[in-house]
Design a protein around this ligand. Structure first.
Ligand code: DGY
Length: 320
């Protein structure tokens, strides 16, 4: 029996590409060239499955134009706001993602952003690299402790809960806001806020962990920023679309937000130039899940999902 045809939109870790090549007639992307929707449509001709990434936009128009041969799209990410899932389902195309396996890595990245922001690591790194460091000084680049501070987590899903676990180790008090309160075994003593009104003023540090998409677009806007305590630290390792960049840049300029740590951007890889002009923001290039172990696990989970759909089974990581 011929192997199913798999379109892989971007270069993947070696172990994952090896599995793709062993189990599929794999159309790999050795040069890691970013694929436009038109590229994906052209390359998907005759494919049974597509293994896409968070950087690939598969909207309703692209979905409608995919060849009938495509039965499943796996995204090498937990977030699937770049895929029109309703349009996929309307076409009978299954969508699978990579939950759980990246929760620790992404939470570690959020903790990194929080610590880097609190301790002004971005400024320090830039100072040393520029050859401008003149030696230790008692008042140089003084930041703030995170220990004893209140961490507010917006979106207490798997990644938010991992961050809460790590933050407790740093002596932070965890508060959270989500659509529903968690059971005590998941809440682990975190303080639930049903509304922004009580949540936002309780954040010395605010870390965003909600999914992207229209429902959360620009959730962190000027009105919500105004409710945060002056000097708050804001971290975002979720989706750039959660933040109204103009509002956050204005707050960084005024000092209402003391520092921000960002790993994701609205319209990435473009970054709002307002951030680049500010010293009090540390910027990473969407590294949340970028560890070797995590990316291997994501690839295997994505392929497990494709295998299951093509074999007529329901994968555990099916997006519903
Ligand atoms: C995800 O999994 O959604 C990440 O943002 C991609 O690394």
């Amino acid at each position: 029996m011929p192997k199913p045809v798999l379109l892989v939109t971007r270069k993947l870790p070696a172990a994952i590409e090896a599995r793709c090549a062993a189990d599929y007639t794999a159309r790999l992307n050795e040069a890691d060239t970013p694929r436009s929707p038109a590229d994906i449509l052209a390359l998907a001709q005759g494919a049974d499955a597509i293994l896409a990434c968070a950087a690939d936009r598969i909207d309703a128009a692209t979905m409608a134009a995919l060849p009938v041969s495509v039965r499943v799209i796996a995204t090498f990410s937990v977030g699937y706001d770049h895929i029109d899932v309703a349009a996929a389902h309307a076409r009978g195309i299954a969508v699978v993602n990579t939950p759980d396996v990246l929760s620790v890595a992404t939470a570690e990245c959020a903790m990194l952003l929080i610590l880097a922001a609190a301790r002004r690591a971005g400024e320090g790194e830039r100072l040393v690299r520029a050859g401008k460091w003149e030696g230790w000084a008692p008042t140089q680049l003084m930041g703030t402790l995170v220990s004893g501070r209140r961490l507010g987590i917006f979106g207490m899903g798997r990644i938010g809960r991992e961050l809460a676990r790590m933050a407790r180790g740093f002596g932070m008090a965890v508060h959270y806001h989500d659509i529903a309160r968690l059971p005590p075994e998941l809440e682990q003593g975190a303080v639930y806020h049903a509304s922004d009104e009580t949540f936002l003023p309780a954040c010395d540090v605010l870390s965003l962990h909600a999914p992207g998409g229209p429902g959360t677009r620009h959730w962190l806007n000027a009105a919500r920023i105004a409710r945060l305590p002056r000097g708050v630290i804001v971290a975002n390792a979720a989706r750039g679309t959660l933040v109204d960049d103009e509002a956050l840049v204005a707050a960084l300029k005024s000092g209402h937000v003391g520092y921000a740590g960002l790993d994701v951007y609205d319209g990435e890889p473009n970054v709002n130039p307002g951030y680049l002009a500010q010293q009090n923001v540390v910027l990473l290039p969407h590294l949340g899940s970028a560890t070797t172990e995590t990316r291997d696990a994501m690839g295997h989970l994505a392929l497990d999902g494709i295998d299951a759909v093509l074999a007529g089974r329901t994968p555990a990581n099916l997006v519903r």
